[in-house]
Design a protein around this ligand. Structure first.
Ligand code: SF4
Length: 619
């Protein structure tokens, strides 16, 4: 088989072996399904039944989980599953033409499986490779820097059923692209440095508080306070315990800093988790790694093994009796919503990633309803540095309200995309100058749910008190169409809404439909008012942050880049999105007719819209 998979072999044996490896534990359902799928290529009804029986879970629950995540499939999608990253920066780099070329050469339609069951080609949301796109995943392994030549080579490899292990290694090469280092990326840090400097848990907690460290995921909650609440909370039930969770589900479009931290600074991250465990009294930590970073799983496990061998993990860390802590990596399966911490915890427990109601908060009732500290990758790496170098050192960097540094993932229209670390307080204009951006029309900061800023705001600063961000920094020059940027994000949210609550499930779709309608030339002022109504509903009635922020990009671009909408507002009053005349085109094709009688009331429609007729058109 192309992957060395055992598809067609004894699936029963595969399922039994995977279940045994996980002790048939239902809370490990995500990993069980992933590992089975890696062997069998897809999750057949028979496999789901066997898993449900083996893990003693309702069959419907197993099917519900398999159906929820984009990277699980309950129907065959081919031995080669190609997914093109479809973030706006991939589009700017030409992914659509390249994907069309691939589909044409494979005689395939996007989203369909080839007749011989060999291959399918489709799109997926941002894969975190925006600095080296257009990118794709083939059987969930990333291929960067796609070109027409590389498309042709891949098509040949697929046609010849070449196993991925025999594909050219450079296809899978992912660069770090670190362009600017500061206190964190430039730190002189050896594994164990922070652990060797440890004082009592209370003293470490005091130092974290004193440093002013705030969560780097975007929300900016005080890390010391979070750890304090968690440490004070009491575990309940027979398995009472505290947990540390590292949120490495970096799914915000345009963000890829955690990818680099995990590939080149994993020791720092793991050490931060260990310190967190020491402070809150946890013995177990999880890294929730996004499915797109599956390729990092083995290297990360190798770092964990090294740390165990060096007594930096495991029982009696560095000889301290009672200081026991270990880390396990849990892989996600392509659901952006799992970046939301309560959805992440649900997923970690083997369920669909649907956000929980809050309160209770994870610090008191997190993983398995036990006290849990959930922190971002960059936050944990910063915590390790603070433990090693002290609060005063850290506090001296950045601004009074935003201590330390921020790592930005820069992509889009600039000469040097990649990773840039700055002390908090850096001006947007400085960032643009450093990465070689020219004629910049806009920056989208903090991803699809973030903020679009225009040139008159480039004097603003990256800081919690001005522009907070998880790290996404996308640049658009004067040649770009900001309407299309917002439209891409509107579709992203349709794809990523978990579907739990109606305002978000329906609202994101209405918003994307309205943007499509305007794009197709059927939009007018009525549609703009409609868009504002939908954005208000999303913001006020959605259950979680995804829905509440899903309209941000459209709102910002409507306010700041209005001409890109005006260009398309062809209709004075209202025109339905459904075009009956267009819908009849298939029948015209079949019947070979194109006379006026085969068209839907063209004259009537045009006079209503106030457009009139153009010279040469039927009147
Ligand atoms: S707002 Fe959207 S993502 Fe959040 S719970 Fe509702 S449907 Fe799910």
């Amino acid at each position: 088989m192309p992957n060395g998979n055992s598809n067609g072999s004894d699936t029963g044996a595969v399922v039994a072996a995977v279940l045994a490896r996980h002790g048939s534990d239902g809370t490990r359902l995500m990993q069980i399904l992933r590992e089975i799928q890696e062997e069998t290529e897809w999750l057949s009804p028979d496999i789901l039944t066997r898993v449900a029986e083996g893990a003693k879970l309702p069959r419907g629950q197993v099917e519900g989980v398999a159906g929820f995540y984009h990277f699980f499939h309950t129907e065959p999608l081919g031995s080669y599953r190609v997914l093109w990253s479809d973030n706006i920066t991939d589009r700017m780099a030409g992914n659509a033409d390249l994907m069309a070329r691939m589909c044409k050469k494979l005689w395939l339609k996007p989203g369909k499986v080839s007749e011989d069951g060999l291959v399918s080609v489709d799109t997926t949301s941002c894969t975190g490779l925006c600095d080296q796109g257009p990118a794709l995943l083939v059987n969930y392994r990333p291929v960067t820097r796609m070109t027409a030549e590389r498309v042709d080579q891949i098509v040949d490899l697929i046609r010849h059923k070449t196993p991925l292990a025999q594909w050219p290694a450079e296809f899978f090469h992912v660069d770090d692209n670190i362009r600017r280092k500061d206190a964190l990326l430039g730190a002189d840090f050896k594994p164990g440095d922070a652990l060797k400097a440890l004082k009592s848990p209370q003293e470490v907690l005091d130092a974290i508080k004193e440093s002013g460290l705030r969560g780097r995921g975007g929300a900016g909650f005080s890390t010391g306070q979070k750890w304090d609440f968690c440490r004070a909370a009491v575990g309940t039930g027979p398995h009472a315990a505290h947990y540390v969770v590292c949120n490495a589900d970096e799914g915000e479009p345009g963000t890829f800093k955690d990818r680099v931290l995990l590939s080149s600074y994993a020791d720092l991250v793991f050490e931060g988790m260990t310190i967190s465990g020491y402070v809150i009294g946890a013995k177990k930590g999880f890294v929730y790694l996004r499915g797109e970073y599956r390729y990092l799983l083995e290297p990360l496990n190798a770092v964990l093994e090294k740390r165990r061998a060096a007594k930096l993990l495991g029982k009696s860390i560095l000889g301290r009796t009672g200081f026991d802590f270990d880390i396990e990596i849990h892989l996600g399966a392509g659901a952006y919503i799992c970046g939301e911490e309560t959805a992440l915890l649900e997923s970690l427990e083997g369920k669909r990633g649907v956000p929980r109601k809050r309160p209770p908060f994870p610090v008191t009732s997190g993983y398995l309803n036990q006290p849990t500290a959930v922190n971002n990758v960059e936050t944990l790496a910063s915590a390790a540095l603070i433990a090693a170098k002290g609060a005063a050192w850290y506090k001296s960097i950045g601004t009074p309200k935003s201590a330390g540094t921020k790592i930005l993932s820069i992509s889009g229209d600039c000469e040097r995309p990649g990773i840039y670390e700055y002390p908090y307080g850096v001006k947007v204009s400085q960032v643009l100058a450093d990465c070689g951006a020219r004629d910049t029309q806009a920056c989208q900061i903090a991803g699809a749910s973030g903020l679009a800023i225009a040139p008159n705001e480039f004097g603003r600063r990256i800081a919690f008190e001005d522009i907070p961000t998880g790290g996404s920094f996308m640049i658009f020059d004067n040649t770009r169409d900001m309407f299309q940027v917002a439209r891409n994000f509107a579709h992203f949210f349709v794809h990523e809404s978990c579907g739990f609550c109606t305002p978000c499930r329906v609202g994101t779709t209405l918003l994307a439909n309205a943007m499509d309608k305007i794009d197709e030339g059927h939009g007018g002022e009525y549609d703009i008012s409609d868009i504002w109504r939908v954005i208000r509903t999303l913001k006020t009635a959605s259950h979680c942050g995804l829905g509440q922020t899903a309209g941000n990009a459209v709102a910002d671009t409507l306010q700041k880049f209005r001409p890109s909408y005006e260009l398309r507002l062809n209709v004075r009053d209202f025109e339905p999105a459904f075009d009956l005349d267009k819908a009849l085109s298939k029948m015209r094709e079949v019947t070979g007719r194109d006379d006026p009688g085969a068209h839907f009331h063209i004259n009537h429609r045009k006079s209503r819209s106030g457009l009139g007729t153009k010279a040469g058109e039927p009147s």
